[in-house]
Design a protein around this ligand. Structure first.
Ligand SMILES: [Zn+2]
Length: 326
């Protein structure tokens, strides 16, 4: 998987290729930009390209080095990542210990730290020393979508490579190519994904599309709205990820009606396939009530960080919605 596979980041990729061709490697890089736009993928591709024995400034995926990196068994290429936790001092100490030796197989030892803003304080202090006196032959790549959370002392020692939001058109092409969506469906989801490939791919999954159809059909009054709304609340509050997906779709639905009220540009409507129903609600619900629903949803997003009861949150939302369309 070479640089060609990283779509919509031509500028960043051009710089990385220049770095490889000019052999002017910095000791530390910061790959920064929004979530889900290919930063981590680019860091791994960069690591492969720096060590590929077949290609100068790209990746062959066939040589021993490329294959070992693909299988995460290369002794000189380390990827540190964490599942929603902190990056702890112990992990960092082990990596730093290994850095006193010369790389075993690679031209350059590469240490990639994904979501590097998750360094805890002592880990970040330990890492800072390494950044100040970097071992020869070692390249450190910090990946972050929240670089402002990293200490200034760390940031100032990194060479920055900026990644940007992926253009909607490019996302549409990716969805058609990878997930076999129709152009209309792909365009629809690409518009929702806010420039993020991972968001676009997750939105287009069957599971998420199923939740969307359930939610929007109920809101559009197909069947017993009241009963169905509370059944869905029970069903969707069990799992955190599903809960947020359901909440996201309720949000987009009422956000769409607000957009229809304040202006008539169809391109700004996310759930165009429910246009007919939304247009009838547009007259029925006041702007004030719509804004109240949106504000409540926002407060649920915030409340979840403080462990609010998910089912209760959806039930209250259901009552608000029932009142607004009654
Ligand atoms: Zn190779």
């Amino acid at each position: 998987m070479g640089f060609d596979e990283i779509k919509g980041q031509d500028r960043a990729i051009k710089i990385l290729r220049q770095v490889i061709n000019n052999k002017h490697l910095a000791h530390a890089y910061l790959f920064h930009g929004p979530d889900g736009v290919g930063k981590k993928k680019a860091s791994i591709t960069f690591a492969k390209a720096l060590n590929c024995t077949d290609f100068e400034d790209d990746v062959c995926d066939i040589c021993v080095s490329c294959r070992k990196i693909n299988q995460c068994i290369h002794p000189d290429v380390t990827l540190i990542q964490t599942e929603k936790g902190e990056i702890k001092i112990g992990e960092i100490r082990n990596i730093i210990k290994g850095m006193i030796y010369k790389p075993l197989e690679a031209k350059n030892r590469i240490v990639i730290v994904d979501e590097s803003e998750r360094f805890n304080l002592s880990a970040s202090n330990a890492f800072l020393k390494t950044l100040e006196e970097p071992p020869a032959d070692t390249v450190i790549i910090l990946v972050s979508s929240n670089p402002d959370m990293l200490p200034q002392t760390v940031l100032s020692r990194c060479h920055r490579i900026a990644f940007s939001n992926i253009p909607t058109r490019t996302l549409t092409d990716i969805l058609i190519e990878k997930n076999g969506l129709t152009p209309v469906a792909a365009d629809h989801i690409a518009n929702l994904a806010n420039g993020s490939v991972s968001k676009a791919l997750s939105l287009s999954s069957e599971e998420v599309q199923g939740i969307r159809m359930d939610i929007l059909s109920v809101l559009s009054g197909k069947g017993n709205v009241k009963g169905n709304l509370f059944d869905l609340a029970e069903q969707y509050s069990k799992d955190e990820k599903i809960f947020y997906e359901a909440l996201d779709w309720i949000y987009t639905y009422f956000r769409d009606i607000i957009m229809m009220k304040v202006q008539s540009d169809l391109n700004l409507i996310i759930n165009r396939d429910f246009y007919d129903h939304m247009i009838s609600l547009k007259e029925k619900i006041s702007l004030e009530t719509l804004l109240d629903i949106i504000e409540y949803i926002k407060s649920v997003y915030k409340g979840q960080e403080r462990n609010m009861n998910r089912q209760l949150a959806l039930d209250v939302l259901g009552i608000k919605i029932m009142r607004s369309i009654a």
